[in-house]
Every structure is written in C-alpha cells, then in structure tokens.
Write a protein that binds this ligand. Structure first.
Ligand SMILES: Cc1cc2nc3c(=O)[nH]c(=O)nc-3n(C[C@H](O)[C@H](O)[C@H](O)COP(=O)(O)OP(=O)(O)OC[C@H]3O[C@@H](n4cnc5c(N)ncnc54)[C@H](O)[C@@H]3O)c2cc1C
Length: 400
C-alpha cells in the first residue's frame, strides 16, 4: 500500500466538496420542505463520475478504483450523510452486483443508467422477520410461471424503494433448500404491477432520501432478469455486502470526521471556568481518542479498498473495517455530544442528525454482533472469512 498523498484522490475529495457547495447545500432545504426526492442532484452526482469510479469504461465508468469509491463515500457523508446512501444504491450494492454477476446483456442494459444516476437503484434483502439472519428469515417466494417469476412477500427497511427504477431483490425459489433456495432478481418496480413501497417515518433521518417497507403481490419479474442461477442468491447477496461494507466503513469514517470537526471547533471556543474547554485534560482525552481512531478507521477502509483494487479476497478486511469504523463513529458521536453539553440537543447543531445516521450505519450491512461472529469465527479458525473467491467482472473476463 502506498501512504503518500495521492493527488488524484485529493482532487476527487475537493470535487465532492465543490459539488456539495454548489449543488446540494443551496438546494436541499427546499427539497425537504417540498418533500421532493432530489433526483436531479443524484443525476448530477452520476454525471460528475461519483458512482462510476470502480466501473469499466465500457459501461460509462472511469475505472479509478475502490480507493476512490472510499474517498467519495467518506467525503459526501461528512458533508451530508443521507447522500451517502447513493454510494450503495447507485454504485456498490446494486450496480456493482449486476456488473459482477450479470450477463453481458444485463450489464449493458442496467449498469450504465444506474451509475449515471439516470435510474434509481435499490438493494432489497432484509425482511420483517430480521436482517441478521437474512436467509433464515426470508419468507418472500418467487414462483416460475413460463417466462416470468411471480413474487409474493414483503421486505423491510429498503432504502430508495419508493423511487426505484432498477433494483436487486432476493426471494426463495425453493423454500425447502435453506440459503441454497434463494435467488437474486433484477427488478423494475415502475414497469410491473404488484410492488408497493411505504416510507417508514423516522424522526431524525432525511424526509426525502427514504427507507420503506415493501409489499409484493404477484409482482412480475421476467426470467431474463434473474441474476445468476436459481439458488445463487445468497452468494450474490454476500458478495454485494462485501462492496457495501466498503462504502459503509467510509461513510462511518466521514461521519466520525464530521463529529470530530464539530467537537474541536466547539472545544476551542466554548469558555468555561475562564478558559476554553479544549484546555481541560478530560476533553483533550476525548479529542485525542477521536483523532487517532478516525485515522485508523480510514486506514482500515483504505486497506479494504486496496485489496479490492488488487483483486485480492477482501471479505475479512471489509468486516474489520465496518466493525471498527462503526465503533469509532459511535464513540465520536457520544464524545461530541458530551463536549457540547446541553447544546448537543439544539437543532442549531447537527449532532443528533449525525448520531442517527451513525446508528443506522452501525446496524446496517451486518450489525456489530454479526461482524463479531464473522471476525471471531475466522480468528478461531472455524470459518475462514476469505474462503470464497471474489466475484469480479474484470476477473471473470480474464478467465473467459
Ligand atoms: C435506515 C435503514 C436503512 C436500511 N436500508 C436497507 C436496504 O436498503 N436494504 C436492506 O436489505 N436492508 C436495509 N436495512 C436493514 C438493515 O440491514 C437491518 O436493520 C440489519 O441487517 C439488522 O436487521 P434487523 O434490524 O432485522 O435486526 P435483527 O436481525 O432483528 O437483530 C437485532 C439485534 O440482535 C442481534 N443479533 C441477531 N442475531 C444475533 C446472533 N446470532 N448473535 C448475537 N446477536 C444477534 C443483532 O446484532 C441486533 O443487535 C436498513 C435499515 C435501516 C435502519
């Protein structure tokens, strides 16, 4: 790994900042007050190349790589955490999975529009019965009838499902085969009847970039939209989560950094007992922990990205970085709230907002306990976290 400052990555970080200043900051309050999904902003993010960094030029990507994905995800989440969702729905969990697992026809049909932000993506795995054991609790059924699958069931906590044009959805084609009975589908909720998304009211999260409960009633999926073979769905989902955990680690690092910046600003200016609170040793202890731990989270995330860029197994690293960045961000949010005292609760400061997104990312893409299980079983030698080869389109093409 190269630790020197890479100019192209720093330029990318600066371009995300500029984009935020010109395209998001002046407009987002208006979208929120009118409850409008910022579709045009997402399309501009696509046009700016934010989603295509790890995709080949054949689908409109720039092929800069996963380290760039981490930088963009971190920076956008530091500035405006709800836009971090786009790095999953428009980049990693949805289009990257189609890119890695799809036929040439599926890739060319769906990926370019998703990474350009012209189509809104979705990743629908979790169900009301529980997300940690997604395979065990999956009740959604897909039944093949001629050249269609008919899907019935429900999904829970599905981000952007109220706006989705092209998404991934997992259902059981063989309910008696455990995780081997799961199949992945590319779904088009606006083309076919039977898909209803109902936004979940969540105080503290964005009112326009939303997460919903989904109900499927005889929802049709053409056979040519099946992703992989029948029964491959669990492998597809796990490989999607590897890439999703990269962006989630980066998003958590960005949020921790945002807390750190708030905390240091306030500690330098809030005067109590005749001096800024930053002069007090116990506050310095909190600031020191944040500074070091955020850098460590960033480096673990960069290592995950580097493994992906160099086509090495990255599942262990993705778990480590997601687990660590989640704990670091939680601790940073708590310390920042303590440093702000009562003012942490004032809407004037975004501490509660950051904390809500940190809590969400802490549990999403594998809760801390799920990560602990994966990490400990690997460390104890029970289950090698890197036992499966990574599924990457570039590698498949080389092998072909
Ligand atoms: C805002 C938001 C957006 C989301 N977006 C999406 C999305 O777009 N797509 C999607 O598919 N999902 C999404 N999710 C769902 C998310 O991935 C799940 O919430 C997560 O996987 C946990 O599932 P659960 O909430 O059902 O908790 P549960 O699985 O019920 O777990 C509850 C608690 O029990 C613990 N636990 C469970 N099993 C064990 C065990 N074996 N040992 C020890 N502890 C255990 C967990 O760690 C957790 O603390 C989103 C969630 C939120 C809140």
């Amino acid at each position: 790994m190269d630790f020197s400052v890479r100019e192209e990555l720093e330029a990318l970080r600066a371009s995300v900042r500029r984009f935020y200043e010109t395209e998001i900051k002046p407009k987002i309050a208006d979208y929120e007050s009118r409850r409008i999904f910022p579709r045009d902003i997402i399309e501009k993010m696509g046009a700016a190349g934010f989603f295509g960094a790890a995709f080949g030029e054949d689908v409109g990507g720039s092929n800069i790589g996963f380290e760039a994905v981490a930088v963009i995800s971190e920076e956008i989440s530091r500035l405006r955490p709800e836009f971090g969702y786009t790095m999953n729905m428009q980049a990693m969990t949805c289009p990257m999975t189609i890119y890695n697992w799809g036929t040439e026809e599926q890739v060319q049909r769906f990926v370019p529009d998703l990474i350009a932000g012209r189509a809104i993506g979705m990743f629908a795995l979790t169900e009301p019965g529980g997300g940690s054991d997604a395979a065990g609790s999956m009740q959604t059924r897909a039944e093949r009838r001629g050249d269609r699958y008919i899907l019935n069931g429900s999904k829970m906590w599905i981000t952007f499902s109220d706006q989705c044009d092209t998404g991934l959805l997992f259902a059981k084609t063989d309910p008696n085969a455990g995780h081997r009975g799961i199949t992945a589908f590319i779904v088009e909720p606006k083309r076919f009847k039977g898909f209803t998304a109902t936004p979940i009211e969540m105080r503290g999260l964005s009112p326009v970039l939303r997460t919903c409960a989904v109900s499927l009633e005889d929802f049709e999926v053409p056979v040519e939209n099946r992703l992989g073979a029948e029964g491959d769905g669990f492998k597809v989902a796990m490989s999607a989560l590897d890439f999703g955990r990269l962006t989630v680690s980066a998003r958590l690092t960005g949020l921790a950094q945002a807390c750190f910046e708030l905390a240091t600003d306030y500690a330098k200016t809030r005067v109590v007992g005749g001096q800024p609170i930053g002069r007090y040793q116990m506050v310095q202890h909190q600031i020191a922990d944040m500074a070091v731990e955020i850098e460590a989270a960033r480096l673990l995330t960069a290592k995950t990205a580097w493994l992906m860029d160099t086509n090495q197994p990255a599942r262990r690293a993705a778990s480590y970085s997601k687990y660590f960045a989640g704990n670091v961000a939680k601790k940073a949010a708590l310390a920042t709230a303590e440093i702000y005292g009562g003012y942490a609760l004032a809407d004037e400061y975004p501490i509660s907002y950051y904390t809500a997104y940190i809590n969400m990312l802490h549990v999403g893409e594998g809760s801390p306990n799920v990560q602990r299980i994966l990490i400990a079983e690997d460390a104890l030698g029970y289950k090698d976290a890197n036992r499966h080869p990574i599924k990457r389109r570039s590698l498949n093409q080389k092998a072909a």
